[in-house]
Structure formats: C-alpha cells, structure tokens
Ligand binder design. Structure first.
Ligand code: GLU
Length: 470
C-alpha cells in the first residue's frame, strides 16, 4: 500500500449532489490508482442543517455507485473535543489570540475603511492585547503573517495562492466556543494523515487560510487538487429546480450505476478519446493531471448513450434483477424473475435508454389483466380486424411448436386468406391484443415470450373487446 490517503468530506445537509458524487469518485479513483486509502468523513458541524437522512443519502449514493471507502464514516462532530484542544494549543503557543471586538465594532471599522477607499481585513486591534481567558465574550483569531505568499502547487490549477496580507487574522473559534470550519478541516485532515485533498473549486479560496493554519501547526500541508464545478447546458449553474442534480434522481429514473459512474468521471476528465470506462479502468487510469481547468458541462444525452451501452452489455440475470424494482413500481405488485421475463429483457435491452423505459415496455408480460392503450385500441382493434384476428387465433391454436417459423406460416396463410393484407394490418392488431400497445419487439418474438396459452387467451379477449367493447 502506498502512502496516498484521500478523503471525501461531504456536509450531510441534503441529497448527494452529482458534483459531490464526482468529487467522491475522483478521490476514490486516485486512492485506488495509487494503492492508497479513501477516508469518508461526514462534516456535520452545521447542526441545524445536517440530518441523518442526508447522511444515509450520501452512504447509499456512494454504495450504489460502487465507491467503497477504507475508513469511516467518521463524523466531524465527534471530534469537537480535539478541535477545541487544538485551538487551546494555538493560544498557548501564541499562534492565535483572543479578540474581544464586537460585531458592531467590526462592522463600523469595516465601513469606515471601505468608505476611505481601503480594503478590509481584520485590523489587528486585539493582536497585541494579550487578552486572557477571563476577558469576557471573545472569538479566537489565527495570527496570520502580515505578508508573504500562502501558496501551493495545485494538481489541477498549478501555482496558486494569495498574499497573507489579503487574508488577515481569521476567526478560528466563535464567541460561543465553536471552532470554525477551516480549523476542523485542517485538524481532521492532519490527524487522518490525508496526503491529497481533492475537492471542488468552490474551496479554492479557502486554501490560503488553511495553509496558514498548517503552518501555525508546524505541519506540512497536503497536496491540493481543485476540480472545476459541473455546470448545465450552456454553461449555466445547475439549478435544483430545473435540473436533475442528485444521484438519487438519476437512480430513480433508471440509470445504471456503471453508466452514472462512467458519465461522472468523464465530466471534467479525459483519457485520450476513450468514452467507456469500467470501474476497474477508472481505478487504473484516473489521474489528476488530465482534469480540465474549466467548468464542465453535464450532458444528459451522453448519459443516455452510456446507459444504453451498459444496458446492452449487462449480464442478463443482473439486468433482470436491476429491472425488477422498476417493474414492480410500474405494476404495483411483486414480480418474479421468470425465464420469460429474462427473454423479454433480452429483446428490450437493444431499445431501452433507461430501466424506467424498459419497465414500461415489459408491463404487458407481467400483468394478469391487460389494459389497452386507448388510442391503439381505437385504431387497431376495429370491427374490420375481427375476422382476421379470429382466423389467426384459430390458426395459432393448431400450432404444435410455439416458435417463429410456425407462427410465420400461420400469419402468411391468414393474410393470404384475407386478400393478401399487408403484415402491418395483421401484426398491429395482434400487438395491441397481446401487449396493449402498438409498440413492441418483433411480433413473433413477442408471442413466443408470452407463451401459447396466454397469447391465445389475449387474442380471445381482444375478439371479445371488438365485439362487445371494453
Ligand atoms: N464539507 C465540505 C463540503 O461539503 C468539503 C470540505 C473539503 O473538502 O475540504 O463542501
């Protein structure tokens, strides 16, 4: 095992966003590629917004995507004691100090500075005040050097950083005694031996202060890699209202985890012109050097294409198992994985973009009572179709072996007997009779999957429908 240790550190305040999922995937892939370890840390310090349901959504989402972690899940709140201890340590070593400036005072000084054309960072009023423990309400601020680059060599963006003078002495513990996010992250990453921090560019601005914290703790910062955000069509920010943004949503729409993972890894990363990556290939090939610097668009068409690819390639039993919950949701009762269903899945896999679509197209096989699509029934189950359907029913009833060749003979002779009607004139009414709709796989394959007894009884029902109406 190499020394590489990455972490995924989501704040469990909602669903697992695709941006978060991709960050997790990159951390996972990087750790796997280097034979390292992935730590899962739930950053639940925002107690009002963090929920157990959101934690569950994160864990389920990761498991569904096939992203396993080596340590955790750890909760940041469980480490509160340690965070407080480090603040005390920094105070004791004079790397931090107590600040009694009130919010109002700070606001007033800030306004005055800005009014005078200056830029505000904390003005250091309490820096040399040496306030002791009993100084009354106070925050704790980190002593950030007055100047000098707080820089790093970002694995994606290259040389990055900010001058310390632009940061000022930042608060690391609130007046209510709560350590701030930056402190918690740095202490956790240090204690957990994280070597590579891979996260969204929304954290790029936080890194200089975090580097100042590492220095104050006499520690070497990890390597940083900031990955550009995922945007929607036209480069617009993804919107919760208008776009699908959670892994859960995609899952519910019938996307396969293999497709989702493949799609996510390619949003912002490439390896030559390869589009299809198995889980193992991602683990073997992913590198940070080929991550884009610009925001990357989430292209739903590409996901649909990948999903179709994986649906086509998936072993039959696995595909049936993946389909079952969708089919059950569609029909509202339990469905068994029968050989007929497996045969149908093989027919449908070529033409289904999602499991939802496939389930909709498989309903006819698993329901007891078939409901006709109204429009299709009106068009095809007509009085005129009655006699030809009747002859077909009787012809098929005579068949000894229920296969395509035999059916074709019956279809041909019935068509001939009815003035050489075109195949469509016969196949479409049959299709509606046995599947309820006018779209299905090849008619012989459809009948074959349904089996002789059920096919005949559905044809008889259709004849009844034609005669007496629904
Ligand atoms: N908890 C932070 C977030 O969800 C991530 C912190 C980090 O990666 O450093 O945005």
């Amino acid at each position: 095992m190499s020394g590489v240790r990455t972490r995924f550190a989501p704040s469990p305040t909602g669903f697992l966003h695709i941006g978060g999922a991709r960050t997790a995937l990159y951390n996972w892939a990087y750790a796997r590629r280097h034979g390292g370890a992935l730590v899962l840390r739930l950053e639940d310090t925002d107690r009002e917004r963090s929920t157990r349901e959101a934690e569950q959504a994160v864990l389920e989402g990761l498991a569904w995507l096939g992203l396993d972690w080596d340590e955790g899940p750890l909760r940041q709140t469980q480490r509160a004691e340690r965070h407080r201890e480090v603040v005390e340590e920094l105070l004791a070593r004079d790397r931090a100090y107590r600040c009694t400036c009130t919010r109002e005072e700070l606001e007033a000084r800030k306004e005055a500075t800005i009014a005078a054309g200056g830029k505000w960072t904390y003005d250091g009023r309490c820096r040399e005040a040496a306030h002791g423990r009993e100084c009354g309400p106070h925050t704790v601020r980190l002593r950030v050097p007055a100047a000098g680059l707080l820089g790093w060599d970002d694995a994606v963006f290259g040389a990055s950083g900010q001058d310390a003078s632009e940061i000022g002495d930042a608060i690391i513990r609130r007046s209510d005694g709560q350590p701030l996010y930056h402190l918690a992250v740095v202490v956790d990453d240090l204690d957990m031996g994280i070597t590579d921090v891979i996260r969204g560019t929304d954290h790029h601005n936080n890194t200089p202060l975090q580097i100042a914290l590492y220095r104050a703790l006499d520690a070497e910062p990890p390597r940083f890699a900031h990955v550009p955000l995922i945007v929607g069509a036209g480069g617009k920010k993804l919107s919760k209202r208008l776009d699908d943004v959670s892994v859960q949503q995609f899952r519910a729409q019938g996307y396969l985890p293999d497709a989702m993972r493949n799609w996510l890894v390619r949003i912002g990363w490439s390896h030559g012109d390869q589009e299809v990556f198995s889980r193992d290939e991602i683990a073997a090939l992913f590198d940070l050097g080929s991550v884009n610097r610009s925001s990357s668009q989430a292209d739903p068409e590409k996901l649909a294409w990948l999903n179709q690819h994986y649906i086509r390639e998936m072993p039959r039993d696995a595909l049936v198992a993946a389909l079952l919950p969708f089919l059950e949701r569609e029909v509202g009762h339990a469905v068994e994985a029968t050989p007929d269903l497996a045969a149908l899945v093989d027919l449908l896999r070529e033409r289904s973009k999602t499991l939802v679509e496939m389930a909709e197209r498989a309903v006819w096989l698993v329901v007891g009572n078939l409901a006709y699509d109204e429009k299709a029934a009106r068009k095809h189950l007509t009085e005129a179709a009655g006699p030809i359907l009747k002859d077909l029913h009787d012809g098929l009833a005579e068949l000894d072996s229920w296969d395509g060749a035999g059916m074709e003979r019956v279809f041909d002779s019935v068509r001939a007997a009815h003035g050489d009607v075109g195949m469509g004139k016969l196949a479409q009414p049959v299709r509606v009779a046995v599947t309820g709709s006018s779209a299905s796989p090849g008619i012989y394959e459809t009948l074959e999957v349904l089996g002789k007894p059920r096919s005949l009884s559905r044809l008889a029902e259709a004849l009844h429908f034609i005669k007496h109406g629904g």
